[in-house]
Write a protein of this length. Structure first.
Length: 200
């Protein structure tokens, strides 16, 4: 089974690319969504987060997203600590998902994550696709999506960039700047992978 990673900075449009691959019939594991689910449901993760960041981490047994988001985007040390708690649980969950998809006879699957490298998920993959956009485009998308100011959007981008200690090493790049068709770019990449691995 061929495992493909889809990564890139916040606001580049990774989820849009993932949706295109899903239309092509490839199941996609969204690591960011699953991380939130794990923080909600995994009792060991919840206990560790409460020990590290206090009872405010959860309200009525539900993850306090606003409180955690503020920590993630404002405190680098705390962000690293949260990642050290959540990332291992995500990797284990992804491995379980892989076994399930392999038993369902899928020849190719995808995983979407902004932090493939920071979480060391890249080591489990065969190919990585980097989704890119100009910073101005990123800022405008994040402002619109999250209903936040330009300054807050730039802070989110800066926080994520700080997690990347080296340039992304990718096998393919999809430029999502409304110039080249992202559908055609995705089809071309998929065809190249199928040809390389002799998949029909």
């Amino acid at each position: 089974m061929i495992k493909i990673g889809i990564t890139g900075l916040i606001g580049t449009g990774k989820t849009t690319i993932s949706q295109i691959f899903e239309i092509f019939g490839l199941p996609v594991y969204n690591a960011d969504i699953q991380a939130k689910q794990i923080m909600h449901k995994n009792h060991k993760v919840k206990e560790k987060l409460i020990i590290e960041f206090g009872e405010d981490s959860y309200i009525n047994n539900q993850l306090n997203k606003e409180y955690i988001s503020k920590i993630i985007f404002s405190d680098k040390t705390a962000r690293k600590k949260i990642n050290s708690i959540v990332h291992p649980a995500v990797i284990e969950d992804f491995k379980t998902w892989l076994i399930k998809k392999e038993s369902e006879n899928f020849k190719m699957i995808c995983i979407e994550s902004a932090l493939l490298y920071a979480a060391k998920i890249d080591k489990l993959l065969d190919y990585i696709i980097l989704v890119t956009s100009e910073e101005e485009t990123l800022v405008n998308r994040i402002m619109k999506r999250d209903n936040i100011s330009q300054e807050q959007a730039l802070q989110k981008i800066k926080a994520q960039k700080s997690e990347i200690k080296q340039e992304y090493k990718a096998d393919f790049e999809i430029k999502n700047d409304s110039t080249d068709s992202i559908i055609l770019q995705s089809i071309n990449i998929l065809n190249k992978i199928k040809l390389a691995k002799n998949i029909k």
